[in-house]
Design a protein around this ligand. Structure first.
Ligand code: 5RP
Length: 227
């Protein structure tokens, strides 16, 4: 039996699939909530004969979409993306988000910034007054990454390398590392984003500010929050 959280993810993901229209170029996010969206989208493509092109945000999503027969293109091959549906790890009342729990934040941000509309699908446990409970992922170049970790320690950002089940440092789709910052609460997301963006060796961070247009929240009742 599915847990409540999984059911709510499914509810949000499947609802998002109803928003896709014929001939759209669709950004396909990454994660377990997006999986429900992609599965339902594939069903609609097959039953309704929709002409959809997907632009994926990770190798995992590419593999899933291909296995379900969804046509794919790269972000550089399409004129623009009509709509991107992605998950998020945490969202606050001001539409700020933390993403990157699936280590796909770099491509997720690139796809999001090339989309006309961005929708996040989450379950209700991820919607908070303030973000920061979820560790903030920072994607870094491996060379010099230990020095970066020390620098984050000095700045009291509680950093740790993300590791695989076997204990080695996890690498992203483009062979970078992820340093997670355990912050508990991020009171000034803009200043933190600015701080991280100035550091050489930081490729991207998981603060998604001013990006999302609509959040679909699965729960006892489905909620849709529009900016
Ligand atoms: C991947 C992400 C995901 O969208 C985020 O981690 C949510 O995942 P899930 O739907 O599995 O909870 O940002 O990098």
């Amino acid at each position: 039996m599915l847990s409540k959280q999984t059911l709510y993810k499914k509810q949000a993901g499947e609802y998002a699939a109803t928003l896709i229209e014929d001939n759209m170029v669709v950004g396909l996010g990454t994660g377990s909530t997006v999986r429900f969206f992609i599965e339902m989208l594939a069903k609609r493509i097959n039953t309704e004969g929709l002409n959809i092109v997907g632009v994926t945000t990770s190798s995992k999503t590419s593999a899933l979409a291909k296995s379900l027969g969804i046509k794919l293109s790269s972000v550089d091959e399409v004129p623009y993306i009509d709509i991107t549906i992605d998950g998020a790890d945490e969202v606050d009342l001001n539409f700020n988000g933390i993403k990157g729990g699936g280590a796909a934040l770099l491509f997720e941000k690139i796809v999001a910034l090339n989309a006309h509309k961005n929708i996040w699908i989450i379950d209700e446990s991820k919607y908070h007054d303030v973000i920061g409970q979820f560790p903030l992922p920072v994607e870094v170049v491996p060379y010099g990454s230990y020095q970066l970790l020390k620098r984050f320690e000095e700045a009291d950002l509680n950093p740790s390398f993300r590791r695989t089940a076997t204990g080695s440092r996890l690498t992203t789709d483009v062979d970078n590392y992820i340093i997670d910052l355990s912050l508990e609460q991020i009171d000034h997301p803009k200043s933190l984003a600015y701080f991280l963006e100035q550091i050489i060796g930081v490729v991207e961070h998981g603060l998604f500010l001013n990006i999302v247009d609509e959040v679909i929240i699965g729960g006892e009742q489905l909620k849709i929050i529009t900016k």
